[in-house]
Design a protein around this ligand. Sequence first.
Ligand SMILES: [Zn+2]
Length: 506
Amino acid sequence: MTTEVILPALPRVAVCGISLEASTFSPALTTAAMLAPLRGREVLDAWDFWRAGGSLADRAEWVGILQARSIAGGAIPAEDYAQLKGEILAGLVATIEERPLDGLVLDIHGAASVVGMDDMEGDLAVAVRAVVGPDCLISSGMDLHGNVSRTLAETVDLLTTYRTAPHVDWHETKERAARNLVDRLALPAGRRRPAKAWVPVPILLPGEMTSTRQEPATSLYARVPGIEALDGILDAGIWIGYPWADEPRNHAVVMAVGDDADLALAEATGLARELWERREEFGFVAPTGSLEEVLAAAVASPVAPYFVSDSGDNPTAGGAGDVTWTLAELLASQELLASGKRAIYASIPDHAGALAAAEAGVGADVRLTLGARVDARPAPPVEVSGRVVAVVPGEDNLEVVVRTPAVDVVVTRRRRPYHLESDFTRLGLDPRRADVVVVKIGYLEPELFDMAADWMLALTPGGVDQHLARLGHERIRRPMFPLDDVSGVDPVAGAVLFPGDTASSA
Ligand SMILES: [Zn+2]
């Protein structure tokens, strides 16, 4: 019997990863179940560009392995990580037994942590590389709040990241990571792997000081597409990094990748120097103050709605979400009560409290003890007495609004973000007509930003405290701006060039 050997027309590309932003300063943990892993076809269905009919669907044979993702939280327990990693590796082994892989999309955020381990993404990348072999091209589209360790930079062939914060370009970044990969796979073997310039920069700042809505981030990030457009450069990025973990990799990184190795190094170090030279310009995206100062300003404000960011426990940055500090102060505010103004508080997660309020039902008067089940360090559970005015069950959550004399308190079964106007209106709340809206958030997401007549960021305590010096990092590299004296520091002294298939410049 003769068998005609037909070479596959399309490159074969696996998709897998673990995507999380984890505060190691929060007592919360993120379990494998909370990471809600998608498997096989589900992994591909999560993004339109490689689904049937998508822009990249016909560029490769896409193979979904396992993709785990959660909103930000605490670190992953070691055994949960081992389970997810083991399943990813076993899935890759089984896939390769059918036919080798040409490429792999490693879908990571860059700021996950595992209890007792540094550099989860580097560990996962190295483990994946050991299975797929040296010739498989690996690509990652990351969050600019993620970290790029030297290990990760060395192991992943194509790295790119968001260029906006808030991340309005999240979709195009994930697509770019996949497109760069299939574009390189279209080249002959031996010419696919670009050189990578990796420049660690000793800067560690919260996202609320580095939003691309304001300088210097606006113009620094605006430089990236121009570098990408240069002949011999494929991609470039600034990872501003994640400040709420205490690992040696937590700092900013600038990278450029391309076939022209010398140019990639020159552009990455040049941009890193600009970032360094402008470091003192970074400031908070909104006026900041202690909670007392911010509440006083909110109550006295002649314009409404006045937004207050309860930033230290922001769940989308990694806060536990159930810190009660701000809610307790708000409920106790005699100034707010005397002003006759009304506030919305979003939100306090409390499983039992939400269920009890829902069971009491709309119209019932309740007295609940809420929050501080996970993070009780700043303040104990808070008492909320009021009338249940809304009960909204969801697919995986339950939201209740309890109306107190001056505050509508949103109580949830599980923590969740409040970033959209509809997050409020579907609970019967109208944030546009409220006087004060307090949200567990850092910088305001676009819809809230547009709605806010005024805004202050309260420097409240929690796992993502914006006052970095209060956290007490012990394991990051030193000296580090702005925590240390950095006079005399050469910001690009750690630059490394990883050669690609074309070792010398074009
Ligand atoms: Zn981010």
